[in-house]
Design a protein. Sequence first.
Length: 262
Amino acid sequence: MQFFDCHTHTEFSSCAEDVTLGGYVERAEAGCHPFAITDHSAQIFYPPDNRWGFWTDDAEAIFEACREEGAERIRHYIATVRAAQSCGMYVGTELDVLPDGRMVFPEGLLESLDVVLGAVHSMPTLRHERPADEVYAEFRAQVEALAGHGIDVLVHPYRLTLAAGVPLTDELLHWTVACAADAGFALEINGHKGFPEEDLRMVTLALERGVQLAIGTDTHRWSEFGDFSYHEEILLRAGLGPETWHGHLWRPTPAAAEAAAG
Ligand SMILES: [Zn+2]
Ligand SMILES: [Zn+2]
């Protein structure tokens, strides 16, 4: 089956490598699989000379100081991607939230997007090497904030905590899947940095609870684009045959699909 890739980056994300918006347009026009452009909201919102400011303890102060110009940068970015939109290409964002839960995005604009990803990208408790229970509490607070903003998909849920050596407890896993079920968002299998055992646990529980899964390559370089081998491996290991995938995988609304069809 053809996957919908909910998660790709362009030159508008500071950590992107060789990918460009123009390159995606070429691929869409050539008839590749459907995908969404989802750059990091904070790296567009924050000042060009401080695009990593969100990842510091000054994140809130910098946000306050650039609120209007940051909102304008996001509006301009969304208009740019929408103008470039071509067949099978969707317009989205990878939404960041501040530690207090405020979104790093202009009010009232999320609703215009085809795909809203939510990410836990910066955790002060990890930066300051706080005890695990504080890390878990901060994770839950950020996910609740993202849910409140109406995300479609929670992406790479445990990337930060696992990379920092904070294990995925059964309690946190159950909490996340219950939150997804209650709020109605999907959970991403992320191909950029896989955590196979934790992804398998997450997928297995999501299937039990009827929570949808989203396929994201999180493309930062062209070699990642269209590579669904990791996702297929996880789905198969979870006991799902290819004939069942369609029923478990998240896709944008028909209205978004119509816009993307041009
Ligand atoms: Zn991310
Ligand atoms: Zn990403």
